[in-house]
Write a new protein. Structure first.
Length: 275
């Protein structure tokens, strides 16, 4: 389905009375929120059966702007709440919009077990390499040796590859997109939403205010250009050495391998006990 006019997309999917949004100039979160809305629109999902769940952080403002059933929860607990929603109403399309700190740090345990269970949740993790809203602390996805308020002399923690984590834990769909590659992002998110089990889409997005300024990455345009110049499609990354891929963003669909979905398997037990 072709993308509809921006005005129609906003009217159909965004709570205009909540605008303007609070994101900083140059933040890529709005681009990726639009990609989620466009994917939902393209798939023709029943808006009354879409639930967007968030925790705490810059990314977690997105569901507040989206005109679906929405749930704003506590820090790191978005996937836990989403699990309850999906178990109570398996016919719903449950989407978690989270950040790199919210999903991979305090919420990491919920993340790995949702993937392990292959429960039908689509997790959109907006990765801006830092805790933005809460003060610029480093996150599990902050690159090594970069600066943050809690790493003023450089971060020595090794960095998670969230796609590999999700894959290893049992997610049946894994993808990575960027705020620069907006059209490609829509398609990847569509595919994630079509997957019955647990889907991860990591969205690499610039944070000029905290991450960019502290690490002298330049302004919003320079950060977007850096993403453009340092992104490689997953197909093109095959055969390249680790050294060639060092510091690069590998974008695309990494895994699409459907397996039995958790709530469907759980329902089989309930049906068996009724007989």
């Amino acid at each position: 389905m072709a993308d509809i006019l921006a005005s129609e997309l906003i009217k159909n999917n965004i709570r205009t009375n909540r605008l303007p949004h609070i994101w900083c100039t140059g933040c890529g979160h709005g681009i990726l929120m639009r990609a989620v809305a466009q994917a939902i629109e393209n798939l023709g999902l029943d808006k009354n059966k879409v639930v967007a769940v968030s925790g705490i952080g810059c990314s977690s403002r997105a569901p507040g702007y989206m005109n679906f059933n929405t749930l704003h929860t506590t820090h790191g607990r978005a996937i836990a709440f989403a699990t309850g929603v999906k178990l109570a109403k398996p016919d719903l399309h449950v989407i978690v919009i989270s950040g790199d700190g919210d999903a991979a740090a305090i919420g990491g345990n919920h993340f790995i077990h949702a993937a392990r269970r292959n429960i039908g949740i689509t997790a959109i993790v907006l990765n801006n390499s830092i805790y933005g809203m809460t003060g610029g602390q480093f996150s599990p996805l902050t690159p090594m040796y970069d600066l943050a308020t809690t790493a003023p002399h450089g971060n020595v923690d090794r960095t998670f590859d969230l796609v590999k984590v999700a894959d290893a834990c049992g997610a049946t769909y894994c993808g990575r997109v960027t705020a620069y590659h907006a059209r490609e992002a829509v398609k990847i998110i569509e595919n994630a939403l079509k997957n019955k089990g647990f889907s991860l889409v990591e969205g690499v997005t610039p944070c000029p205010t905290y991450y960019g300024r502290k690490n002298k990455k330049g302004d919003a345009v320079q950060m977007m250009n850096w993403i453009k110049d340092n992104t490689i499609k997953v197909e093109d990354a095959k055969g390249k050495s680790d050294e060639e891929l060092k510091g690069k963003i590998i974008m695309g669909e990494f895994k699409n391998a459907p397996e039995p979905e958790y709530t469907e398997e759980y329902q089989k037990i309930i049906d068996r006990l009724k007989n």
